[in-house]
Design a protein around this ligand. Sequence first.
Ligand code: KG4
Ligand code: ZN
Length: 339
Amino acid sequence: SQKTYILGIESSCDDTAAAVLCNEQVLSNVVATQKVHEQYGGVVPELASRAHQQNIVPVIHQALKNANIKKEQLSAIAFTRGPGLMGSLLVGTSFAKSMAMALNIPLIEVNHMQAHLLAHFIKENTTTAVPSFPFLGFTISGGHTQIVKVSDYFTMEVLGETLDDAIGEAYDKCGKMLNLNYPAGAEIDKYAQMGNPHAFKFPIPNVKELNFSFSGLKTAMLYFLQRETKNNPDFIQENLMDICASFQHTIIEIVIKKLKKAVKQTHVKQIAIGGGVSANSGIRNALKDAEQKWDWKCFIPKFEYTTDNAAMIGIAGYYKFLQKDFTQNTITANARYAI
Ligand code: KG4
Ligand code: ZN
């Protein structure tokens, strides 16, 4: 059968990534994670853009090398057009445009949020189950919190999203208040598993329809810690596990409440999760329970395809390639690119 080699390029936030796919299989998947942001406790856009400029050539070079592919063998180049940070997107977009032009091969623009969901179709050697259409996509990371109805590869409808902070942002900002290193999600998750989820109570926000809000939880945590540390300066150290467990319990309640509502509204019981927060043990366990209790079917891709990566851009590019859905070289990045 026909072999299509797609180079995927991702640079929407703070990871510079490149991957080579042969049809639906990943030949290489390279990510340069920018360390420079850690000291600031969040992504600094200007620094991200500069780091992308430094990383993009070596990362693409490495992806081609790991795939054992010469650039002349590529069938097309797929890149993230948006959404994301404009300065970051520009690096990948301009590079993809120049490279496609130099090689005289098609250019394919990809929506980052669609790509997170299409990552579920990456073929592994093992016989992993993939969702069938329609399914609900749930993308949860440091930058996204979105429920999407996926009716076909590129027929997607946003059913709800966060009105303020992303779910991972809530983890990272609360982690900062707890004196944990950025990004704090994995560490909070670790402590949460050792604590009492009912030790403290945080409010579940009342948000309309399938939308989310996490800024209230962040503020509640801030006031809670201010109040408690006034009486006991060692409150955080002494109660870290219980605080993390109670915080995580609240997050899980919010997530399950909204997913239940989405299932009820759409009658779709397949849920495909994407984004770095999908690593969360509490959310994973809650989803396993939901499979038992309510007959849901949940899909979580391999970790390397769920955090920001270029393999997902490659698979999205492959499906567009099959449809001959190519992009003009006059294309520009779109920081607010909607699904
Ligand atoms: O997808 P990702 O690598 O990058 C983007 O934000 O786009 O996601 C990173 C986010 C961070 O906010 C991090 O704290 C969170 O995912 N995270 C977790 C866990 N592992 C990573 N949050 C909760 N529990 C985890 N186990
Ligand atoms: Zn992402």
